[in-house]
Design a protein around this ligand. Structure first.
Ligand code: NAP
Length: 295
């Protein structure tokens, strides 16, 4: 059994990006500039955005964090957020920007996603980027699926003709990953099955997987009897579960029962340290690409 080390791969990629950025700067070009918008004080979102800002530093990018307060007593006026998006859309100094999700319930997330210019949508969530991805055109790929595909590539895990089973059909993980792995070429050419809460015979379908991707947000849901001997298992889940022994009071749990499943696998991602760091890396790659496209 081999552990897929997302932390190491992401460090390698960030070093590659940083080298290219320094070459660009030496050639008189601007540093790529990523802007992150954070609304309110969701604990998870604060952590993710802090990691993104740190990754920008590691890659030699300029980064800007825009914060909006929003509480149930004083909710943010969505028009204020939209005005900022319009300003960033028009700002030539900004290569890409993201609005950290989830947003407070009173804000229409889809309207926010669609307000971002596709050329600056480095999260790859805009329907234009999603559509281009599904027909195999150049675009900003959704960050988490792109990170998973990069892990498969770097570990040279075969995908051609393989059965890939993805548990979870969200717009940010399951659906775009399915589109990427069924494209012609490598890593693709896979036979992809996407499962969800209405799927019948889930365990049996999972047992047929050469590559099993768990993206449902249910801690330790994938048990050893759902995994074929020698499978590659990619665990996307990151659920905070209470843990009194930690200073934070919680730990991150994946969707796979790691201790029971790992001995059966040829490759497996840990949580944390597997898919998570790769998601941020994809965002950095998309931002660098946005800057290149303006050359
Ligand atoms: P989501 O939008 O909640 O979607 C979950 C999917 O799982 C849905 O399609 C749901 O089916 C399916 N599902 C739920 N319970 C199921 C069950 N018992 N059997 C079969 N399918 C079931 O979640 P998401 O945003 O894709 O995220 C999934 C997990 O990945 C979460 O833990 C999230 O925190 C994590 N995540 C991690 C990263 C990272 O960078 N590491 C990035 C994104 C997400 P229905 O569609 O039928 O409801």
């Amino acid at each position: 059994m081999n552990i897929i080390d997302g932390k190491k791969v992401s460090a390698d990629i960030k070093a590659e990006i940083a080298r290219e950025v320094e070459e660009r700067v030496a050639a008189g070009k601007r540093r790529p500039h990523l802007v992150a918008i954070l609304v309110g004080h969701d604990g998870g979102s604060e952590t993710y955005v802090a990691h993104k800002v740190k990754a920008c530093e590691e890659c030699g990018f300029k980064s800007t964090l825009i914060r909006f307060e929003s509480t149930p007593e004083a909710p943010l006026d969505p028009a204020e957020l939209m005005a900022t998006i319009e300003r960033l859309n028009a700002d030539d100094d900004v290569d890409g920007f993201i609005v950290q999700l989830p947003l407070p319930r009173h804000i229409d997330e889809q309207a926010v996603i669609e307000a971002i210019r596709p050329e600056k949508d480095v999260d790859g969530f805009h329907p234009v980027n999603v559509g281009k991805q599904s027909v195999g055109l150049p675009c900003f790929h959704s960050a988490t699926p792109a990170g998973i595909v990069e892990l498969l590539r770097r570990y040279e895990i075969p995908t051609r003709g393989k059965n890939v089973v993805i548990v979870g059909r969200s717009n940010i993980v399951g659906k775009p990953l399915a589109a990427m792995l069924m494209q012609k070429g490598y890593p693709g050419d896979a036979t992809v099955t996407v499962c969800h809460s209405a799927t019948e015979g889930l365990a049996e379908i999972c047992r047929r997987a050469d590559i099993l991707v768990a993206a449902l947000g249910r801690p330790a849901f994938i048990s050893a009897d759902m995994v074929k001997d020698g499978a590659t298992v990619i665990d996307v889940g990151t659920t905070r579960v209470p843990d009194a022994s930690r200073k934070s009071g919680f730990r991150l749990s994946g969707d796979v029962d790691f201790d029971a499943v790992a001995p059966k696998c040829s490759f497996i991602t840990p949580v944390p340290g597997g898919v998570g760091p790769m998601t941020i890396c994809s965002l950095m790659q998309n931002t660098l690409q946005a800057a290149r496209l303006k050359d």
